[in-house]
Design a protein around this ligand. Sequence first.
Ligand SMILES: [Zn+2]
Ligand SMILES: [Zn+2]
Length: 413
Amino acid sequence: MPDTVKGAIKRGRATVEDVLEVGRTTVEDVLHVGRSTVEEVLHVGRNTVEEVIQVGRNTVESARRLGQGTMQAAVLHGREDIRIESVPVPQALPGELILRVGAALTCGTDLKVFRRGYHARMIVPPALFGHELAGTVVESGEGVEGFPNGSRVVALNSAPCGECYFCLRSQENLCDDLLFNNGAYAEFIRIPARIAAMNTIIVPDHVPLEHAALTEPLACAVHGFEDSNPHPGDTVAVIGGGPLGLMMAHVASLAGCEVISIVRHDGQVEAARQLGAAHVVKATSIRKAIAETRAFTPNDRGVDIAIEAVGLPEAWEEAVEMVRKGGTVNFFGGCATGTRVTLDTNRIHYSDITLRATFHHTPAICRRALDLIASGRFQAGAFITGRARLYELNRVFEKLMKRSTEIKTAIVP
Ligand SMILES: [Zn+2]
Ligand SMILES: [Zn+2]
């Protein structure tokens, strides 16, 4: 073939390739610009839609509250007597918050109150009922800052005064004037000014409200555990397989302790294992439980820490018998008023045993508890074993009284 033809073909091919290349780049540019624009439009559109939805929700919310004037709420009237009633929707006074309840959790204390009909410190009937909750702010009273409508929050069940002898010593759990709040089993709840100011915490976006509602019991468990002078690697016996016993076992295992859970019921054995107990003793008798627990320690010497999470005098005595020389006992479970225990003074004195008891929580510990939930290390989901609507509350408590395998039920109004 003559060179001119070959040259022409070569040149032609090169030009075609150039054109193709330029074309491709242009198309890619156009695609890229187009895609970015579409993404921006989508993004802006999504935000606008979300804002509109939020505004709409708030408007509907206030209209409903103002319009209907009443809401459904559980009212405790006495022993095993809860009634779902129509009560006025609360309106925020200065400093207060009104929340739409997202989830309210059943609790051992509520069950105790359901059985006894009252709680000297926390609730005197007839009264709104329930205290573990998280929800969404729908109204804030004059002077409240930091909680715009729509904020997802956990509002604790109490707040200290911040001024008394105990508050000034960072022992706010012992505050002379601890203010308690109840009324979580309802569509809306009033958060008193002091709790709004001192013990209401924003819930991170990724934490479901029903998990955030675990802040209160978890704060009690974290407080009790930290009060027991723990070190990583310690052997910790937890007596009790109820919600708080299981929570205590989980907290201790997350802190690197070897946990022995002492439980009563079959359903609690698996739960304790799942939550990190290295050993589970199913207690048929107290003497056997003590022997079996000691058998998990070298030369049967006893555990470093024994935590009683039942609230029975025999379990308090059992805890003292499980601990090693120099160990710590925490009487974490509250017994009925007037209860007395019998302890071996020689054992306590000559074995250098530290006896402790931990009650309730402080604002600082509540924040740490929510952080632990948000960290994802804490298996929040494992503690919520059922869900029910408000009108099913009586049935839920009757079921809890029969000691089913339920740990906590989330009441979603
Ligand atoms: Zn509780
Ligand atoms: Zn105080």
